[in-house]
Design a protein around this ligand. Structure first.
Ligand code: AMP
Ligand code: MG
Length: 354
């Protein structure tokens, strides 16, 4: 299949082209499109065949449900059984935006879209191209991240084309995304609202709106002995091809440990890489040293993380060391993704280990 690429950013919406993209969805085809979080791989959420095609194009396990993207508040009712008060309040505060809510699904939503569950994940993105595209597509676009399963989510269209070119009808190239990590997922079907995946909307932000928000205990740990409540969170994700580990400790300890390990690996003929920050990157001497952003402003790190993981692949880096980040605010989402990318391989750089 030839994949048509069209270019359109939020300042230059082309309604005719979006009608063309929408027609692809209405005919049961697939279109990748930009959102504020990462690029999505869209298909008609109410068409079981389209959902099957999404799983096939991504190589995604079919028990990993899709998020249904809507553009207008009125379109929520038909796809859910009821809208709890908490959902009304969160929608008022954070929609459109990077928040996904899990609600009980209505019969309109096929089980192919929800991975066999009686609940459905719904999000209303704020990105203007995404919203106009969803409307043109009929209002309900199921869209996981537009990567092959297991790879880092794409934050630029180039990586969508690399993973899905030839497998889908169309890619809308909207340039760089703004946030760079997937949406926060909150389950509103249990007794207490619960975060199933951390993201840009933090627990603190949610608790400004709702009295109490719990967190899935598996979010930051490999050894909790429980399955994550979001089926997708159990799979190894976001992984670069190289062997990635996260190094914790004071700045001096981390720098010394990484430099000594990188030297040792290089001595064995391996190509080495480092994920540091603007504050530290000049101190490393691995083969490929990349700054993820500025520690002072962790949003910069969220935006760059997936692109950097992909660039290590482009440059065939075999061993990658990353600094750890503060697991508060958006930092929790960064660490959650980084831990998954590293298969939870964390090394404490104490003095004794150098
Ligand atoms: P992605 O679309 O790649 O960002 O992945 C969507 C995430 O949402 C996966 O981790 C899914 O397991 C999760 N998800 C989607 N629908 C549900 C649902 N009904 N219940 C729990 N988790 C869900
Ligand atoms: Mg994904």
């Amino acid at each position: 299949m030839d994949t048509k690429v069209i270019r359109m950013d939020e300042q230059h919406i082309d309604r005719e082209l979006l009608q063309e993209a929408g027609a692809v969805i209405r005919a049961g085809g697939l279109v990748a499109f930009p959102t504020e979080t990462v690029y999505g791989l869209g298909g008609d959420a109410l068409n079981p065949d389209a959902s099957r095609k999404i799983y096939a194009a991504k190589g995604r396990p079919s028990d990993n449900p899709l998020i249904v993207h809507i553009a207008d508040r009125e379109t929520l009712e038909p796809i859910v059984k009821e809208i709890p008060e908490a959902a009304v309040r969160l929608a008022e505060a954070f929609w459109p935006g990077p928040l996904t809510m899990i609600l009980n699904k209505s019969e309109t939503v096929p089980y192919e879209t929800t991975g066999g569950l009686d609940t459905v994940a719904v999000r209303m993105p704020v990105h203007k191209v995404a919203r106009e595209f969803i409307r043109a597509a009929g209002g309900y676009v199921a869209a996981p991240s537009a990567n092959r399963s297991g790879r880092p989510s794409p934050t630029v269209a180039k990586y969508v084309a690399e993973d899905l070119g030839g497998r889908i009808e169309m890619i809308i190239d909207g340039g760089d995304v703004e946030i760079g990590l997937e949406s926060t997922i909150v389950d509103l079907t249990a007794a207490e609202p619960m975060i199933l995946r951390p993201g840009y909307i933090t627990k603190e932000m949610l608790e400004d709106i709702l009295p109490r928000v719990e967190e899935d205990r598996t979010l930051m740990r490999a050894d909790s002995g429980q399955a994550p409540k979001a089926p997708g969170m159990k799979y190894r994700h976001y992984a670069p091809k190289g062997d990635l580990s996260i190094i914790t400790g004071t700045e001096d300890e981390v720098v010394a440990y990484i430099n000594s390990q990188a030297d040792r690996q290089r001595g064995m003929g391996k190509k080495t890489g480092v994920i540091g920050t603007d504050e530290t990157i000049g101190r490393y001497h691995a083969d490929v040293c990349k700054s993820a952003g500025v520690r002072e402003d962790e949003c910069t790190i969220a935006r760059e993380l997936y692109r950097i993981l992909r660039e290590f692949d482009d440059e065939s880096v075999e061993i990658i060391y990353s600094e750890a980040f503060d697991a508060s605010g958006i930092g929790q989402a960064i660490m959650n993704r980084l831990l998954k990318a590293a298969g939870h391989k964390v090394v404490e750089a104490g003095e004794g280990q150098i």
